[in-house]
Design a binder for this molecule. Structure first.
Ligand code: AMP
Length: 114
């Protein structure tokens, strides 16, 4: 999927500041951070959105969350708290069509979101 920016980051064709990489998952800093820690955790495999997940992806989704939790520890925000967000579709505010988990922390986050 050469036209997918996150696939290209996964391939190394577009630079990003990686904070995690394994055969199935990468995480990198958001180019337009909305909090002191703003990391995107993505599957290397192209999955368009949460709508495209299959039952067989249950382990992958769990691993995305566990990777995010590990990064939260490394970033020093595990105790202060953080938010994991999966924007999905137009009303969800999804702007990149490759499933990604936002890890946001390092400041108080308002609720409800806008
Ligand atoms: P969403 O709006 O939920 O689809 O989130 C997409 C996120 O990807 C936004 O927070 C963007 O700032 C971020 N983003 C877009 N392009 C890049 C890039 N090349 N490197 C890092 N983050 C990016």
């Amino acid at each position: 999927m050469n036209d997918c920016i996150f696939c290209r980051i996964s391939e190394g064709a577009i630079p990003a500041t990686l904070v995690h990489a394994d055969p199935d998952i990468i995480a990198f800093r958001d180019i337009d951070p909305q909090a002191p820690t703003h990391v995107l955790v993505i599957p290397r495999r192209h999955v368009g959105s949460a709508n495209d997940l299959e039952a067989s992806d249950t382990e992958l989704v769990g691993r995305l969350v566990v990777v995010a939790r590990s990064i939260a520890r490394t970033e020093g925000i595990a105790e202060s708290g953080y938010r994991l967000v999966v924007n999905t579709g137009a009303d969800g505010g999804q702007s990149v069509g490759h499933l990604h988990l936002h890890l946001l922390g390092g400041r108080g986050l308002a609720w409800p979101p806008g």
